[in-house]
Design a binder for this molecule. Structure first.
Ligand SMILES: [Zn+2]
Length: 267
């Protein structure tokens, strides 16, 4: 082969080498960036999951504020997301003008405080609507289901999010009194104007699964709607554990039936 024939081939090859090298480098860089991106998303999701399952301390969280004592039923400090508290205070002011007093009976409960409630009901230390479930339900799976009528399994409560409150009381009997009925009627009519919806309405065709009716439990929708969506995307049933009776969680459809078993107006 003469030089005049070889030369164009050599020149062409020399021209191609840098292009091939740079596109290989580009590809590698792209892959690296993708891995970094995936890592960031995974870390963000892990943080969100910790939040959604209540595994944090509201007193240490910048988004949370303390409920003024005059708006609390109990004398211990309670915490809420700032937006939730602001909306509640506006609602309470308006209610006052109508002669209705609204106070918070329960606000944020993290995983640990929900665990105390759950385990105390499990052990019969805390009565559930006047009943000792430890004595009345020796079968553990039956007891699990009985507690779930009104109490959330730790890690699945909307009270973890700082968006949900129990107003004035948290027993069905209170809302059968004249005072309770009047307050509930006011809430049904007015709470949606302040962004609140009743998560656990009467069970029936529109809400076939989940907790029994809770006239006291109201959710601040502008925030909780998003948390509900995130919860259904991120949390898996086998991650809900760390309390007495947790061996009965898997297979019970807790996320679909309870976490998502809410009033459709709240979604
Ligand atoms: Zn509640």
């Amino acid at each position: 082969m003469t030089l005049s024939r070889v030369l164009p081939i050599v020149v062409f090859a020399l021209f191609l080498i840098p292009i091939a090298t740079s596109s290989l480098l580009d590809l590698e860089k792209k892959r690296e960036n993708e891995i970094i991106q995936q890592k960031i998303i995974a870390e963000q999701e892990a943080r969100e999951k910790i939040y959604l399952m209540g595994k944090f301390e509201p007193t240490q969280n910048e988004h949370f504020v303390v409920v003024p004592t005059e708006y609390g039923v109990n004398d211990y400090p309670m915490y809420l997301r700032k937006e939730t508290l602001d909306a509640f205070l506006k609602m309470a002011e308006t209610a006052k003008k109508d002669g209705i007093e609204l106070k918070i009976a329960s606000a944020t409960r993290n995983f640990d405080s929900q665990k105390i409630i759950w385990e105390n009901k499990w052990n019969g230390v805390l009565l559930a609507d006047g009943k000792n479930l430890f004595k009345n339900f020796p079968d553990e799976l039956e007891r699990f289901k009985k507690i779930s009528e009104y109490s959330a399994v730790p890690g699945t409560s909307r009270h973890h999010w700082g968006t949900d409150i129990d107003i004035n009381d948290s027993t069905p009997s209170y809302f059968k009194t004249e005072k309770g009925e009047k307050e509930y009627a006011w809430l049904v009519k007015n709470a949606p104007l302040f962004g609140f919806c009743q998560s656990y309405t009467l069970k029936g065709q529109d809400r076939p699964t989940g907790y029994y009716e809770e006239k006291w439990h109201w959710s601040y929708m502008p925030l909780s709607k998003n948390f509900t969506e995130e919860y259904s995307k991120l949390v898996k049933e086998n991650e809900i554990n760390g309390f007495l009776g947790d061996q009965y969680v898997v297979g019970q459809n807790l996320i679909d039936d309870y976490v998502l078993g809410i009033n459709l107006d709240c979604i």
